[in-house]
Design a protein around this ligand. Structure first.
Ligand SMILES: Cc1cc2nc3c(=O)[nH]c(=O)nc-3n(C[C@H](O)[C@H](O)[C@H](O)COP(=O)(O)OP(=O)(O)OC[C@H]3O[C@@H](n4cnc5c(N)ncnc54)[C@H](O)[C@@H]3O)c2cc1C
Length: 360
């Protein structure tokens, strides 16, 4: 049985932010991560001005990404453009996770890769490389649940995520430069932005039934969407013949928890899942990491329940507003209205963007 305190499960944005803040505060955090090499997690890759500020405070920089100044919203032939409150960026998760892991190690954290946590009960964490008995455990496994701490599965027609990469092309770069695009369609939306290597990330959140309508085949879905939504079709023309898609099922958008077991700090998507349309999941991951580390430094493992209650209250507004926007955006009548509304009142975009950020 290994003790290794404090122990962090998962080296994504939440786990790395926690490791950096714990190490800077004088603790000796130990991170365990199931992947042997940093992959490219399914994510839209949008980092807001506020998330960039949080990264800056953690000493994470050098992402060398494309700046984003405006949001463009599309529905069929319609299009609206609005300025964002401040500069954001688009970056791949491979780049972000690589840089954050490096900063965590430089700060003094130990990162052990290739270890998968299987379950946690009565203070014992079982992994495929033996058992751990940490006094304080930071659960940052994101989209993946650990037995004993599963989040409720969304009922009915569950949302899912689908991500496709478009290879770099000068014309695609010209089309997407300085913007995040949101293409609304019945049963979901596609976000599109440039990544640091000039490739584009097309990341969709859609209902399972919409994917089933396309026979559960990403290429068919894209063909159908491109036919119905010509402006999205124009961008999809840059895709290769058989695009490789990553998928994630049953995303519990809107879920939050205000309770936890003693000694267990829940972080990131394991604390609150904001609908991805808001582009604030990584902001929440970083905010939870900083808050949990501060709580641990002040009160040790016993501080977990109080941290969890406070973080649930802090994430209530952004999660509720993003859930409302996501539900409205996937309704055909509202999607039709969204573009004219934004054209008439472009300030609405900044207003929605501010309301869906997590505060300090
Ligand atoms: C379709 C979609 C688009 C999105 N777009 C955006 C966006 O544009 N901007 C934004 O800010 N957010 C976006 N998000 C949300 C964002 O991806 C998440 O909120 C964020 O990744 C949460 O970070 P995390 O560290 O909690 O979890 P993750 O990023 O999921 O990281 C978890 C880590 O834990 C590891 N792990 C998992 N299970 C185990 C285990 N059992 N043992 C050991 N290690 C384990 C994983 O390998 C991974 O490294 C999007 C989400 C979806 C679904």
């Amino acid at each position: 049985m290994r003790r290794q305190d404090p122990l962090i499960l998962g080296a994504g944005p939440a786990g790395c932010a926690t490791a950096i803040a714990l190490a800077r505060g004088g603790a000796s955090p130990h991170l365990i991560e199931r992947t042997r090499e940093t992959g490219d997690a399914l994510c839209g890759g949008f980092l807001s001005w506020q998330t960039l500020d949080r990264l800056d405070r953690l000493g994470v920089g050098g992402l060398e990404a494309h700046p984003i100044a405006e949001v463009r919203v599309f529905h069929r032939q319609q299009r609206a453009t609005a300025r964002l409150p401040d500069l954001a960026i688009g970056v791949s998760r491979h780049r972000l996770d690589t840089v954050m892991q490096r900063v965590a190690i430089e700060a003094g954290a130990v990162l052990e890769r290739g270890i998968t946590a299987r379950s946690y009960a009565d203070g014992i964490l079982k992994t495929d490389s033996g058992d751990f008995a940490p006094e304080a455990l930071f659960l940052a496994t994101g989209k993946h649940d650990v037995r004993g701490f599963g989040r409720p599965k969304p009922a009915g027609d569950a949302p899912m995520g689908l991500r496709i990469r478009l290879a770099p092309h000068p014309a695609l770069r010209k089309l997407l430069e300085h913007a995040i695009e949101l293409h609304l369609f019945e049963g979901g939306y596609a976000g599109l932005l440039l990544q640091e290597d000039d490739s584009a990330n097309l990341c969709m959140a859609l209902r399972k039934s919409r994917f089933a309508e396309a026979g559960g085949d990403a290429a068919t879905l894209l063909r159908q969407l491109g036919d119905d939504h010509p402006q999205l079709g124009e961008r999809l023309a840059f895709l290769s013949e058989a695009p490789a898609a990553d998928a994630i099922a049953a995303v519990p958008y809107g879920w939050r928890t205000d309770s936890t077991a003693p000694g267990l700090f829940r972080l990131g998507d394991q604390a609150a899942v904001i609908p991805s349309l808001a582009g604030e999941g990584m902001g929440i991951a970083l905010a939870s990491g900083a808050a949990a580390a501060a709580a641990f430094h002040a009160g040790g493992a016993d501080a977990a329940p109080d941290y969890q209650r406070r973080f649930a209250a802090r994430s209530r507004r952004p999660v509720a507003v993003a859930s409302m926007l996501w539900h409205q955006g996937e309704r055909p009548a509202m999607a039709r209205l969204a573009v004219p509304l934004l054209n008439a009142f472009p300030a609405l975009a900044g207003f929605a963007a501010r309301l869906t950020r997590i505060g300090d």
